[in-house]
Design a protein. Structure first.
Length: 118
């Protein structure tokens, strides 16, 4: 089973950028769908973006489309979330998740905090 470790979170001013990384260990991302979710204080966890590792197709939440980009690096077995034009409402703990397409996201990372100041 794959294990996931996120990194790259931090504090940034509104309008700034951050890049989150999700590194896999234990096995490769091959055949997985990998996604980013986020959870803000007092709110439910919400979907942010996903990538189909084998086909490369991507999907985004409406709230981040055009500002965030999800991508994968086969050689590093890592998925990235490039976040541009950040807003205070993007403040949340961001989680990486992986699962086989059609089976849901069964493996989760520990999360990384992103704070956007106004």
């Amino acid at each position: 089973q794959v294990q996931l470790v996120e990194s790259g979170g931090g504090l940034v001013q509104a309008g700034g950028s951050l890049r989150l990384s999700c590194a896999a260990s234990g096995r490769t991302f091959s055949s997985y769908s990998v996604a980013w979710f986020r959870q803000a204080p007092g709110k439910e966890r919400e979907f942010v973006a996903a990538i189909d590792w084998s086909g490369g197709s991507t999907a985004y939440a409406a709230s981040v489309k055009g500002r965030f980009t999800i991508s994968g690096d086969n050689a590093k077995n890592t998925v990235y979330l490039q976040m541009d034009s950040l807003k205070p409402e993007d403040t949340a703990v961001y989680y990486c998740a992986a699962g086989f397409p059609g089976s849901g996201y069964t493996t989760w990372g520990q999360g990384t905090q992103v704070t956007v100041s106004s």
